[in-house]
Unconditional design. Structure first.
Length: 223
DNA sequence: ACCCAGGGTCATA
DNA sequence: TATGACCATGGG
């Protein structure tokens, strides 16, 4: 009941994951705008598919706000087709472009406080909590923790509290315990995703888990 | 022929 | 607050 993990507990998880997967320091992108685009495109979609879409955009020289805004909507959708939900995501990218336009661009957003930046992003149609935090952390280097499906699955299996709590409850719990440590928060989410892709999958059960070997934790719902 | 993937919106109860 | 339908491609 209201039991929060201690700082060492999360630090220990980070340390063990780092020992296995390395010091990742994430987001595979060349610019902050590219981070934002990738964050939208990877919604419920594997990164390999996003890479094709990004490559198509790069081939069209459309990886800047101005150049992307110049694309006809139908062509934008066609370019990002490999990332799935391409009609929905094309609209979301255009909402993002309109937001950047009326905000004065990426550099202007960087002058906002973290909470204000987060709130502004959440006001964009198509940008929910996880996408907003991807952008806040990986494009603007602000100290937020990103919660995703991998995070909930791992925390559930480790028996950590708030695994199924509302998004902000889980996010704040980790932020409070870890502190405003951008490199640690950057790595933590990246490591959870990497661990999720390599081992901590719905099935088969995590094999050779660096956090608990053998992984003895049940799937969500089975506990 | 399945299940899964670095979610979000909208309608409904 | 909490489900469920919907969006769609590509890999295992």
């Amino acid at each position: 009941m209201d039991e929060h993990p201690t700082r060492p507990e999360y630090r220990e998880i980070i340390a063990r994951l780092r020992a296995t997967y390395g010091d990742l320091q994430w987001w595979p992108a060349q610019t902050r705008f590219e981070v934002m685009v990738g964050a939208v495109l990877t919604q419920n979609t594997s990164w390999s598919n996003v890479e094709r879409a990004i490559a198509n955009l790069r081939a069209a020289d459309a990886l800047t706000p101005d150049r992307m805004a110049a694309l006809p909507p139908a062509e934008l959708a066609e370019r990002i087709r490999p990332s799935g939900y391409f009609n929905v995501k094309a609209d979301r990218l255009r909402h993002l472009l309109a937001f950047l336009e009326r905000s004065g661009g990426v550099d202007a957003l960087d002058t906002l406080e973290t909470d204000a930046l987060r709130a502004a992003l959440l006001g964009v149609k198509g940008i929910g909590p996880e996408t907003a935090d991807d952008i806040v952390l990986y494009a603007f280097d602000r100290p937020v923790f990103v919660v995703d499906a991998y995070t909930r699955r791992l925390f559930e299996r480790l028996g950590l509290p708030h695994a199924r709590a509302p998004y902000d409850t889980l996010r704040r719990s980790v932020e409070r315990a870890v502190g405003p440590d951008v490199p640690a928060l950057n790595d933590f989410h990246a490591l959870i995703v990497e661990h999720g892709k390599q081992r901590c999958r719905p099935r088969p059960r995590c094999e050779g888990c660096p956090l608990a070997d053998p992984c003895r934790f049940a799937d969500p719902g089975a506990a």
